[in-house]
Ligand binder design. Structure first.
Ligand code: NI
Length: 173
């Protein structure tokens, strides 16, 4: 296994529409393990392939709460698709490994039903609610080039993007 570098805004790969995955190869299986390892190391509770500069439809998540006695619960989704969502909304303070140290409250449907292929390529369906409901919607957004800051006002979003663009320029110099 290997840790992957996580790209940050304003990297354009984070704004791409990601391509569907045809089949599960051994390279893809290795990538799934690398993404989980990278997510746990960060540490984070979700990671989408474009965040390691690969514009393909693959996400990994673990919304277990170890401080509440939960065991690790890694979930891998290939080509995830939301097929049903609740009318009821819920708000969470979200963050993103590609926008470090920035957090903001985002309102999303309280639960969603997701169709996807698992790590073996078998078709699965999962109702995601609570924290997992938020995480899965955040990660699927990544596959469509959408970031959680897109749900904020233009003023707040522009301020965040400007801050990271400036930081990146300073690094380049
Ligand atoms: Ni994110």
């Amino acid at each position: 296994m290997a840790l992957k570098e996580i790209v940050k805004i304003p990297d354009p790969v984070l704004r791409q529409i990601c391509q569907p995955i045809d089949g599960i190869t051994s390279d893809l299986s290795k990538l799934m393990d690398d993404m989980l390892e990278t997510m746990y190391d960060a540490p984070g509770i979700g990671l989408a392939a474009p965040q390691i500069a690969l514009p393909i439809r693959l996400i990994v998540m673990d919304a277990a709460k170890p401080d509440e006695g939960d065991k690790p619960n890694p979930i891998i989704m290939v080509n995830p698709e939301i097929v049903e969502k609740s009318d009821e909304m819920s708000a969470y303070e979200e963050g993103c490994l590609s926008i470090p140290e920035y957090f903001a409250e985002v309102e999303r449907p309280a639960w969603v039903t997701v169709n996807y292929r698992d790590r073996k390529g078998d078709q699965q369906q999962l109702k995601c609610e609570g924290l997992l409901g938020t995480v899965v919607q955040h990660e699927i957004d990544h596959l469509n080039g959408v970031l959680f800051i897109d749900y904020l006002s233009k003023l707040r979003r522009d301020r965040v993007i400007k801050k990271f663009t400036k930081a990146q320029k300073q690094q380049t110099l």
